[in-house]
Design a binder for this molecule. Structure first.
Ligand code: GLP
Length: 242
């Protein structure tokens, strides 16, 4: 076997083994990983290879490093299905987590071309702009920028400013049932302040999600652009045969 192939196999083995130990519960959330030296001896690979493996697992969100303290096992990612129109609040509560929203901006602004197209209103029409940091159990998860049609949602502005769940306000106060949404996901760079606000200065990109949501009358009620932490989230869909 060539030396490169052998190296690759050993490195792959270490990577899979760490993941397997997390899966089996041998390594638990928050536990400190053995030192680079210990791992290099145990797996008979160079410390450089160990470092590279750890770096990759960090990028994947499996491990995190604390300066001067060591490398630790991350909490498992939040598995978010994409088949239902659910709110952040309900999603977190369903997992037994406490949802929160820190309002970064709340304003009424004229719709630009993009927002007017997404909300299917006239360019220049009033729209409510709400920017929030979303937290679960006090941990930052996403930054959401949400637009709502002012003509439809102005009665709930006061309650929005109190941090109440938007979907519960739409349902309970305005009797709006959200029945259809278009959602896309792509990778987007994060600005420094965004990474900082998301609690991880090392993050340089996030999962960028756009959602346009409609009610029973086919009105585009909300348009949302969110940046979700890729190290904490995994989105998935259930598929059926063709
Ligand atoms: C999720 C959706 C957003 C929606 C939000 C409402 O995060 N991706 O499109 O606006 O939930 O959340 P809440 O009802 O908690 O304010």
């Amino acid at each position: 076997m060539s030396q490169t192939k052998d190296k690759l196999l050993k490195y792959q083995h270490l990577k899979e083994d760490i993941k397997q130990k997390i899966y089996n519960g041998v390594y638990t959330v928050g536990q400190c990983l053995p030192s680079e030296r210990q791992l290099s001896e145990e797996y008979s690979i160079s410390r450089m290879t160990v470092r590279r493996t750890i770096g990759e697992l960090q990028d994947e969100g499996v491990l995190y490093r604390l300066q001067g303290k060591g490398t630790f096992i991350s909490a498992t990612k939040i598995m978010q299905p994409m088949s239902k129109i659910t709110s952040f609040t309900d999603d977190m509560r369903a997992r037994g987590m406490v949802p929160d929203a820190k309002i970064l901006m709340l304003d009424t602004i004229p719709a630009n071309e993009l927002i007017a197209e997404k909300l299917q209103c006239k360019q220049g029409a009033d729209v409510i702009l709400l920017k929030r940091l979303r937290l679960a159990d006090n941990e930052p998860m996403a930054i959401e920028t949400l637009y709502l049609q002012h003509a439809i949602c102005h009665p709930i502005i006061d309650k929005i400013s109190q941090g109440t769940s938007i979907y519960s306000l739409l349902k309970q106060e305005l009797h709006i049932n959200l029945v259809k949404a278009f959602q896309s996901i792509e990778i987007m760079p994060l600005q420094k302040w965004e990474a900082n606000m998301l609690g991880n200065d090392d993050l340089d990109s996030a999962m960028y999600i756009q959602r346009q949501t409609f009610d029973e009358q086919n009105r585009a009620v909300e348009y949302v652009e969110s940046k979700y932490r890729g190290d904490r989230y995994k989105f998935y869909v259930e598929m059926s045969g063709a």
